[in-house]
Design a protein around this ligand. Structure first.
Ligand code: ACO
Length: 367
């Protein structure tokens, strides 16, 4: 089905190797993307925004590639060899809000902060349960964060990273001190379960982090960008208009993706953005202890590792057991790293989220 879509758009099918070569042709474009505004270096004077606690929540039901192969024409071999994904968690009872609330409680417990201490809740999602109220407001109510202002943002797979930078801006400006930031998705309700080229890639879950101003460690540099001209390569339409003037069948859209275009975007823009952010932080790629990147596809992570000349062992993964959970990928990965004890105070960690919009954001921080 995906191939048919590519043909419709007049784009020839290319192999993985060809994709990597084509990726090189757009490096210049990636440099331009990442060079327009330049990365921002934070924390030179005074307070830095530091992640002081993490939490995550995955639905209870695990669906393996073999399980999928029983209900659609696919195989563990096809999925795992192209993506690195072996299984994903899908909701039955859980909702975007219920997973967010659980992740938030775990992050607050890890951080040792009470709900009353939270000034700000920002939640990145493309699959909230309601158009309004915002999922962040549902979280606020459930955890009793009565002093917080709460809102959602839509930056797709970069949503958590955008939330981090917004929280950082508030903290740097001295407006708020403590923020709860989340990425949460129920992608299984917006993928087309008849499109095997996309539905096998995604999973459900939520991740959260508590951030606070700190005088010692925290965010060193950030790079953020968007390219709305390429929005169609990874899109999910909203509901159609059914007002009395238009009279259409009301429909909800599903995710559709030009996987090869997304691959080219990711393997050029992400390493360029990371490189720039690392330089802005006054570091070199070899100084980074871990690269915690959006978990879209193992091939993208391998390509970024190669382009930065950094071993794959510095790129922890969760996509093998989670699939791609869009805005939730980065905070879930961070929480797994945190719980495994991989992260020590002062360690240098690079983060990057990238996806629909197109949007991307990278950060370098001291843990
Ligand atoms: N099982 C078995 N066969 C499949 C499946 C499946 N699940 N899906 C597609 N196929 C078939 C197609 O029908 C096609 O068959 P044909 O050659 O007989 O026509 C063949 O496999 C190749 O299909 P393509 O869609 O061209 O697959 P491609 O090689 O491009 O791989 C993939 C797809 C893995 C998604 C690739 O494009 C990719 O790595 N993209 C990177 C982007 C990405 O991972 N996006 C994730 C979400 S976006 C984000 O988070 C930023």
């Amino acid at each position: 089905m995906h191939r048919a879509k590519a043909r419709e758009r007049g784009k020839p099918k290319v192999s993985g190797a060809a994709l990597r070569d084509e990726g090189k042709q757009t490096e210049e474009q990636a440099e331009r993307h990442c060079g327009i505004k330049g990365s921002i270096n934070y924390g030179r004077n005074g307070v830095k925004t530091r992640i002081i606690g993490t939490g995550s929540c995955l639905p209870g039901t695990v669906v393996t590639n073999d399980d999928l192969s029983k209900v659609m024409d696919t195989s563990d071999e096809w999925i795992s060899s192209r993506t690195g994904i072996r299984e994903r968690h899908l909701v039955k009872e859980e909702t975007t809000a219920s997973m967010s609330v659980e992740a938030a409680k775990r992050a607050m417990k890890d951080a040792g902060v009470t709900a009353e201490e939270i000034d700000l809740i920002i939640l990145g999602t493309v699959s909230a349960d309601f158009v309004t109220p915002a999922c962040a407001c549902e979280v606020q109510a459930a955890i009793g964060a009565t002093n917080a202002v709460a809102f959602d943002i839509n930056a797709a797979c970069a949503g958590f990273m955008f939330a981090l930078n917004i929280a950082n801006a508030y903290i740097q400006a001295g407006i708020y001190r403590t923020a709860l930031i989340l990425g949460a998705e129920t992608l299984s309700k917006i993928v087309d379960w008849e499109d095997r080229s996309t539905c096998v890639l995604f999973g459900d879950g939520a991740g959260a982090a508590v951030v606070r101003g700190d005088e010692q460690y925290g965010l060193l540099a950030f790079d953020q960008g968007s390219d709305g001209t390429k929005g169609d390569v990874l899109a999910c339409p909203g509901r159609t208009n059914n007002n009395p003037l238009i009279q259409t069948d009301q429909r909800l859209g599903f995710v559709h993706m030009d996987g090869q275009e997304v691959y080219k975007f990711a393997v050029t823009t992400v390493p360029a953005s990371l490189q720039k952010t690392i330089e802005t932080a006054g570091l070199m790629p070899k100084d980074i202890d871990y690269f915690a990147l959006h978990q879209a596809n193992i091939r993208i992570l391998q390509s970024v590792s190669k382009r930065l000349h950094i071993g794959e062992d510095k790129f922890p993964i969760s996509l093998d057991h989670c699939g791609n959970i869009s805005a939730a990928s980065v905070p879930i990965l961070l929480d797994e790293m945190n719980r495994k004890g991989l992260l020590k105070p002062g360690m240098k960690v690079a983060l990057s989220g990238f996806g629909g919009g197109l949007t991307w954001a990278s950060a370098v921080l001291e843990w």
